[in-house]
Design a protein. Structure first.
Length: 92
């Protein structure tokens, strides 16, 4: 790739990041570090997490979201907990 192409690609990447960036917090407030996809994937792999896509009915997803919100945890944790519990119950 030519140097001009690389510079154009860098500019497009920077423009995209600027569009995604929200307002910065006031001085002195804690800033949550947002990870990019690559860093998040590396952290997930270090924890032994594997992506697992499934298709569920919307009413079931709504129930899962309600449980996650009520308990103050993420969807991943709710689904993992329910699957683990169901598998243990199945083997008994």
């Amino acid at each position: 790739m030519k140097k001009s192409g690389l510079e154009k690609q860098k500019a497009m990447k920077l423009t995209g990041k600027m569009k995604q960036a929200g307002t910065s917090p006031a001085f002195g407030q804690d800033v949550a570090v947002a990870l990019d996809r690559r860093d998040q994937r590396k952290l997930d792999q270090a924890l032994g997490l594997v992506p697992f896509a499934v298709k569920l009915h919307s009413d079931l997803v709504a129930q899962l979201q309600a449980v996650a919100q009520a308990r103050g945890i993420g969807m991943n944790e709710v689904v993992a907990e329910l699957l683990a519990k169901a598998l243990v119950d199945q083997h008994q």
